[in-house]
Ligand binder design. Structure first.
Ligand SMILES: [Fe+2]
Length: 371
């Protein structure tokens, strides 16, 4: 087989390394981007303090599922301030916003939608970019994708560019210690989806597969612990590591049908990203089983389970135990909505990366089974 692995992000990992993050910032006019919750955390003040006189401005208004207007506001502030480096601190939404601002602040013209819909060519440079995740997680710190919520179109759209790879991903598990239970569950299962989708994707490769296996093993052994006791530092450390590894895996392969279906569920029904992916995780493990039995046997062996069925049962028990939503009806979704959800899932290019071909009827049946 032929494959390419390209990931130009320097990864720095370790507990309490955030206290020296200023050393990694290459710039004299730094813009810090985060959300209001993280802006109220004690560690956020410490991070800003390490920047001393290089801190030019902060943007602390990032909202979940970043919308084009919000990102445009951050970009115009960055352009006006003439920044030369962006430091993103937060979950996927803050990091995705930071990536787009780093790229679009290098050009004077164009709003985000001009780039999203190819009316302007993407810039071929960006400012310096350092990303520090506070969840475990989205893996956004090591990917070149930002997922944008186009509210007018009612759809989430991925913006992809090699110029959105960060210079440095500084992954410090200490920043994840304060994650609430619900966020721990939702972001942790998102990381598992990244790992399994990269592992089973038709364009997977030996490097991403090895990395995805390690990520899955870490998540199956640590997510429940981190969820039950947020102060369990070894579990938090392992989840932060797993999230980064899962990000490395899907940075090369992209994701598949679980994420494809999630985009519409989030854009239309405001379901949290990780939970939106997790709804279809176990059903699609079962759907794919016959096609990838050998691969799931390898995963079972690696993670210490006897059979692929045991592996799936372990994932199923984890999904049950960490209190994620179990029925789409909890979000007001009705049986007659299954057609639309299936149609939107089929429209995503990544659905075609699923190892067993996916049909409209297959998604509809799975979705109908979880309403
Ligand atoms: Fe995700």
């Amino acid at each position: 087989m032929a494959f390419t692995f390209f990931l130009p992000v320097k990864m720095e990992f370790g507990r309490d390394r955030y206290k020296a993050c200023g050393e990694y910032v290459k710039g004299t006019r730094v813009m810090v981007i985060t959300d209001p919750v993280i802006a109220s955390m004690p560690y956020y003040g410490e991070i800003k303090d390490t920047l001393s006189d290089t801190l030019a401005l902060t943007y602390e208004k990032v909202m979940p599922n970043p919308e084009t207007a919000m990102i445009d506001e951050a970009v115009s502030l960055a352009r006006a301030a003439g920044i030369d480096c962006v430091l993103g601190v937060g979950g996927g939404s803050a990091l995705d916003t930071a990536k787009v601002v780093a790229m679009l602040s290098r050009t004077r013209e164009g709003e985000l939608k001009d780039f999203l819909y190819q009316r302007c060519a993407y810039p071929t440079e960006r400012t310096g970019l350092l990303l520090m995740p506070t969840t475990a997680g989205t893996g956004s710190e090591v990917t070149n994708v930002a997922v944008i919520n186009d509210t007018e179109a009612g759809m989430k759209k991925p913006l992809v560019s090699p110029y959105m790879y960060a210079d440095i991903a500084l992954v410090d598990p200490a920043l994840t210690d304060t994650m609430p239970k619900k966020v721990t569950a939702s972001t942790g299962i998102d990381a598992f989806c990244h790992a399994i989708e990269s592992y089973w994707a038709t364009n997977t490769n030996p490097v991403t597969k090895a990395v995805a296996l390690e990520a899955m093993d870490l998540i199956l052994k640590n997510l429940r612990r981190a969820y039950e006791d947020g102060a369990d530092k070894p579990a938090r450390d392992n989840m932060a590591k797993a999230s980064m590894l899962a990000g490395v895996a899907f940075s090369q392969t992209r994701t598949t049908v679980l994420h494809a279906i999630s985009y519409y569920l989030t854009a239309r029904y405001r379901i949290e990203h990780g939970a939106a992916c997790a709804f279809t995780l176990v059903p699609f493990l079962k759907y794919n089983l016959g096609t990838i039995r050998n691969e799931l046997q390898k995963a079972a062996d690696y993670c210490g389970y006897r059979t692929p069925e045991d592996f799936i049962e372990t994932v199923s028990e984890l999904y049950r135990d960490i209190s994620l939503p179990k029925k789409l009806s909890e979000y007001g979704i009705l049986p007659e909505d299954a057609d639309k959800i299936a149609g939107e899932g089929m429209a995503q290019a990544t659905t075609k990366l699923n190892p067993r071909p996916v049909t409209f009827d297959a998604i509809k049946e799975i979705v109908a089974g979880i309403i």
